[in-house]
Design a protein around this ligand. Sequence first.
Ligand SMILES: [Zn+2]
Ligand SMILES: [Zn+2]
Length: 175
Amino acid sequence: MEAKELMEKAVRFHGHICPGLTIGVLAAKYVLEHGYEYSPNEELVAVVENDNCSVDALQVLLGTTFGKGNLVHQDYGKINYIFYDRRTKKGVRLSIKSKEFGDKKLTRDEKIQLLLNSKPEDIFNIYEIDYNPPGLAEIEESVPCEICGELIMNSRLMTYNDSEMCIPCYKKMRK
Ligand SMILES: [Zn+2]
Ligand SMILES: [Zn+2]
């Protein structure tokens, strides 16, 4: 798919066009052209170091989604993207080159156009990396909170005064 088509698909999902989304589209385009495929299940994993607009492009174009657990957010506030393919056991890391992204003289639209006309190698530093993906998403039992009665995943249970409870109830108790 051409950048333009990918862009249209991403905009339909994201809601608007913006430089962040464009960066995500370009990252997705690069990996799709280098042996990675859209992921109906968890074949592909994206590890992202930001939670900005760009991540929506990855969700819709690569199938690396929050709900499936093959989108992992590391809250570093950096415009870096790592992709692992569980079938080919390959990994690639894209990190934005600061010069291209940080030009403050450009308007929003100019920035988008500039990005769309760029080669991935112009805007990202791209490296093959060792295959070291995060674990598969686990399906967990849920149990009721002893305070509010709402269901919680086992791994998120907190204990306070011999009661097992959800995190919001635990926070209230500790006040
Ligand atoms: Zn946006
Ligand atoms: Zn509760």
